[in-house]
Design a protein around this ligand. Structure first.
Ligand SMILES: Nc1ncnc2c1ncn2[C@@H]1O[C@H](COP(=O)(O)OP(=O)(O)OP(=O)(O)O)[C@@H](O)[C@H]1O
Ligand SMILES: [Mg+2]
Length: 475
């Protein structure tokens, strides 16, 4: 997707010359933009992000850099961040048609078609030149919600945060849900049925979560006797698709606690300036429903270094979040706070002070045993013939849980093709999955490439020791 008309057709081979040119004129904004967009095209997302950020340092209002950052977030799979950035951009530049199209595409991808339709209509009313036939096809026949009109921004639909693991069986519908949750758009407010047993491997992470937040809750008297304070939160970080959301849900399931999952866009309501109030309500809701796991997904989107959030609303929201976390002595009793991020290096150190996210846990890609366990779980949902989970696990080193899911999807597509030819259901066997695995590249590699630099050169107080150990670089 292109956002800037001046840079059509930049090839990968030109990246090097752009890089060279930048060495000579590092402050050249048009050049930085060209470079950033070329990097995004080549999926060099960390470089793209940093170049767009540099542009914003020089030109706070630069629209191309803002939409570029939203696009990078989208490519990184951080939909919430992309939505927030696009919404902010529209708030600041209500006449900028491409931003409406961009947000419309994002929301269409999330299944929020009505809102996508109205944003698209609004874009066309501003500039017919931004029409997008693909999007039009997706939105054909969809009736507009009321987002594109002037008041629109006040009505923001929440997109369910949290992962998609076993959606069909993980929520216990018999539980009371609390209307306030729905007022806040917290679709995930429920007691999850998944527990640690449903999470393959991750023994170290489970142990830490038990010690830090489950035991203090279950043995409150003992902890009091030793005057050992519970509280604070645990930050889970690591490559995408490796089970951060899943283990958070399973933590709630393990202790039969309620689970509230939310992303930034659900609380951040820049236009009517009530995001702080929403943040307070979310914590109140968790306190009233204790024991409760309060899960903040993509924490980096709102724990980003406060200097980067030029909006005062952003700063106020962060301060509110920190003060809710600090709480008074017993205010947060029974509220277990978990956060997840793929980009711990973007998190403001204030978030990691004692009583806040004072414990960070690295969630690595699953090892052989964990992959075999995940494979067994996934196989339960398919027509299977012979399955050697260990053999497949050995062939999928570096694969995340989400990668394994992709392998199953690929194999299923092939099997469906054959089934349609013969009219019979042909069960999947190990060989089909191994073949599919050969076609899929593990997604965790790119993450380690970025993480390695931070781990080697910005490892304050040993924060990244576990990453270094994983990479075999720990000294
Ligand atoms: N340890 C595991 N056991 C079983 N399934 C797993 C495990 N890890 C990942 N999965 C599978 O992979 C999917 C993606 O996991 P999840 O959404 O929890 O990852 P994540 O770390 O939160 O990713 P992201 O950083 O992209 O949010 C899950 O829905 C689940 O199907
Ligand atoms: Mg997640």
């Amino acid at each position: 997707m292109r956002f800037c008309c001046c840079n059509q057709g930049i090839m990968a081979s030109q990246l090097d010359s752009l890089r060279l040119a930048l060495e000579h004129s590092p402050d050249n904004v048009p050049l930085l933009l060209l470079f950033a967009e070329a990097c995004a095209d080549e999926f060099q997302l960390a470089d793209a992000r940093s170049a767009f950020e540099k542009v914003l340092k020089k030109d706070v209002k630069n629209i191309e850099a803002k939409i570029g950052l939203a696009h990078v977030a989208q490519l990184e799979g951080k939909t919430s961040e992309a939505v927030v950035r696009a919404e902010q951009l529209i708030g600041e530049n209500p006449e900028h048609a491409p931003a409406y199209v961009f947000l419309s595409r994002l929301l269409a991808g999330e299944g929020d078609l009505a809102r996508a339709r109205s944003l698209y209509d609004k874009a066309l009313s501003l500039d017919r030149g931004v029409s997008d036939p693909g999007l039009e096809k997706t939105l054909a026949g969809v009736k507009a919600g009321n987002d594109g009109d002037d008041d629109s921004s006040k009505k923001k639909a929440g997109i369910a945060a949290g992962g998609d693991f076993m959606e069909s069986r993980e929520e216990d519908d018999s539980q009371p849900r609390g209307g306030a949750a729905f007022d806040l758009g917290l679709a995930d407010f429920a007691r999850p049925k998944v527990s640690f047993a449903d999470v393959g491997g991750m023994d170290e992470v489970k142990k830490e979560i038990r010690m830090k937040i489950i035991h203090p809750l279950q043995h409150a008297n003992l902890f009091n006797a030793y005057n050992k304070k519970a509280g604070g939160g645990v930050l889970l970080y690591g490559p995408p698709g490796c089970g951060k959301t899943l283990i958070s849900k399973a933590t709630a399931g393990e202790i039969k606690a309620n689970f509230i999952a939310l992303g930034l866009h659900q609380i951040l309501d820049m236009w009517i300036g009530n995001s702080e109030k929403h943040m307070h309500e979310v914590f109140q809701l968790a306190r009233q429903n204790a024991p409760c796991v309060l899960f903040f997904d993509e924490v980096d989107a709102f724990a980003a270094d406060r200097r980067d959030l030029r909006q005062s609303a952003g700063r106020n929201l962060i301060n509110q979040f920190l003060s809710e976390m600090d709480g008074s002595d017993s205010q947060n009793d029974g509220v277990l706070i978990l956060g997840a991020t793929n980009a711990p290096w973007h998190i403001d150190p204030a978030f990691r002070r004692p009583g806040r996210f004072d414990r960070a846990l690295f969630v690595p890609p699953p090892d052989d045993g964990a992959r075999a366990a995940i494979i067994e779980v996934m196989a339960r949902q398919k027509p299977m013939g012979e399955l050697d989970a260990c053999a497949l696990a050995r062939k999928t080193a570096g694969f995340s849980g989400a990668d394994l899911k992709a392998v199953f999807d690929l194999a299923t597509e092939d099997a469906l093709e054959r089934a349609m030819e013969t009219g019979k259901v042909i069960p999947l066997v190990t060989k089909d999955l191994v073949k599919a695995a050969a076609k899929h590249k593990p997604t965790t590699k790119a993450w380690f490439e970025s993480a390695k630099n931070y781990a080697m050169y910005a490892n304050q107080s040993g924060f990244y020791d576990e990453v270094l150990k994983h990479l075999g670089l720990f000294k």
